[in-house]
Design a protein around this ligand. Structure first.
Ligand SMILES: Nc1ncnc2c1ncn2[C@@H]1O[C@H](COP(=O)(O)OP(=O)(O)OP(=O)(O)O)[C@@H](O)[C@H]1O
Ligand SMILES: Nc1ccn([C@H]2C[C@H](O)[C@@H](COP(=O)(O)O)O2)c(=O)n1
Length: 231
């Protein structure tokens, strides 16, 4: 190098999409931490705006009512993979956005185009500001939010494996009920008109059904490293 400075790696943008319980959050966080990248959980942003709507008594059966207030809450995501944060109007909502009530309503709110436009702007701005690069996980990252991402991954797993993982988290939750709820949410997320859950044509599909989390992380780290090496 002319000035003697070490060459700096170009920021890398990684998009990880897939249905619920395929391991997007666990994988993305670990890959980002291992590679020194930022991390963005876009589902948390949709959950945060849903939490705000529930808290403020917005009629979630009425897309026009949702659209009218979509610009009101200020949503801030912290992108350190070791300690990701999410606030709404300065309130830490990391816990409240994981309640059953929010989970059951988030698909309806996230289907409203004005909500998606708002949240997509936030996501693009965070990705553009990530100095080392970022791992962004969600449903439409490779197709809509960051179509020029350096690497796109689409995680899948059987409904049975996903339900077993979720039941393990929700101590004692009934496997059948959990499986049905996952399938219902996936159907809603895949069938909405605006940027549905979908695999980008140029995404690498990884079926995690028979893989441990450690194996999935290793697989994605290798794919990012190969991409960075120009392979
Ligand atoms: N390959 C795997 N094998 C076993 N368990 C896994 C695997 N990947 C993830 N898990 C576990 O499954 C659960 C769900 O994973 P995670 O939250 O990462 O999925 P997700 O795709 O982000 O789900 P959602 O979209 O609903 O947020 C977690 O408890 C996680 O530890
Ligand atoms: N890019 C995204 C991310 C999430 N959503 C919606 C659809 C999901 O059911 C919901 C919650 O996501 P999770 O926390 O389970 O990852 O948010 C979306 O529409 N687009």
């Amino acid at each position: 190098m002319e000035n003697g400075a070490a060459p700096t790696a170009k920021p890398v943008i990684v998009a990880i999409d897939g249905p619920s319980g395929t391991g997007k959050s666990s994988t993305s966080k670990a890959v980002a931490a291992q590679l020194g990248l930022s991390y963005l959980d876009t589902g948390a942003q949709y959950r945060a705006i849903t939490w705000w709507m529930v808290t403020n008594g917005i009629d979630l059966e009425d897309p026009t009512a949702i659209a009218a207030v979509a610009g009101k809450p200020e949503i801030v995501s912290g992108t350190d993979p070791a300690a990701p944060t999410i606030t709404v109007d300065g309130v830490d909502v990391a816990g409240p956005i994981r309640t059953q009530e929010v989970t059951s309503k988030v698909s309806a709110v996230s289907a409203v185009p004005e909500v998606r436009t708002r949240i997509t702007e936030l996501q693009r701005s965070l990705a553009a500001g990530a100095e080392q690069g970022i791992v962004v996980e969600g449903r439409d990252i490779g197709t809509t939010v960051l179509p020029d991402a350096d690497l796109k991954i689409f995680l899948t797993a059987s409904p049975e494996a996903r339900a077993a993982r979720r039941s393990g988290e929700l101590k004692g939750a009934d496997l059948h009920t959990t499986r049905e709820a996952l399938i219902k949410r996936d159907a809603a997320d895949s069938s909405r008109k605006t940027s549905p859950l979908a695999k980008a044509d140029d995404a690498v599909e990884v079926d995690t059904t028979e893989l441990t989390l450690a194996q999935v992380i290793e697989c994605v780290v290798t794919l990012v490293e190969e991409k960075r090496a120009g392979k």
